[in-house]
Ligand binder design. Structure first.
Ligand SMILES: Cc1cc2nc3c(=O)[nH]c(=O)nc-3n(C[C@H](O)[C@H](O)[C@H](O)COP(=O)(O)O)c2cc1C
Length: 145
């Protein structure tokens, strides 16, 4: 069966991927599933500088499931390059990096992170332009366009 797709110019062996933030940088799930079977891995959001995220409690059980408010915690682009990239590049799956500017949220912050990502051996960048769990000032990008 032919399962390959071309998604916005990204060749994927199948259309199965993971939502950003639900799968870390891939290594967290590698003992549970064969990552080679995924069409793409979309990483947890990466920012130019590390971000600590929201104060706890950040996860709450509800009758319908759970709600979370992580606040885009991540160790920043330098950590991503040194630790996540060597792991991800071992797999035969497309890598799409979810990226955002960082605490400032200015256009320049977004450009900075994208310029670094552009030099990496990745298949695509998914821009995170809004998140319900962080203050709107972080997305001042909308006021700057
Ligand atoms: C714990 C957690 C962390 C998330 N982190 C990010 C993130 O870093 N970047 C992002 O764009 N979306 C993030 N999301 C949102 C998911 O990518 C996805 O849009 C959301 O879970 C809704 O998926 P659904 O429409 O398939 O239900 C996160 C979601 C969860 C549950």
């Amino acid at each position: 069966m032919k399962t390959e797709i071309n998604f916005a110019g990204i060749k994927m062996k199948n259309p199965i991927t993971v939502a950003s933030g639900t799968f870390g940088y891939g290594s967290e799930y590698s003992n549970f599933i064969d990552l080679n079977k995924l069409g793409a891995i979309i990483t947890k959001g990466v920012s130019y500088v590390p971000k600590t995220g929201n104060k706890s409690p950040r996860v709450c059980e509800t009758p319908a499931g759970m709600i979370n408010s992580i606040g885009l915690e991540n160790p920043g682009i330098d950590y991503f390059i040194d630790n996540a990239m060597p792991f991800l590049s071992k797999y035969d799956t497309a890598v799409i990096v979810n990226a955002f500017g960082g605490a400032g949220g200015t256009v320049k912050d977004y450009v900075n992170v994208c310029e670094v990502l552009n030099k990496l051996d990745i298949d695509g960048v998914e821009l995170n332009l809004s998140c319900p769990n962080v203050s709107s000032r972080m997305y001042g990008i909308w006021n700057n366009i």
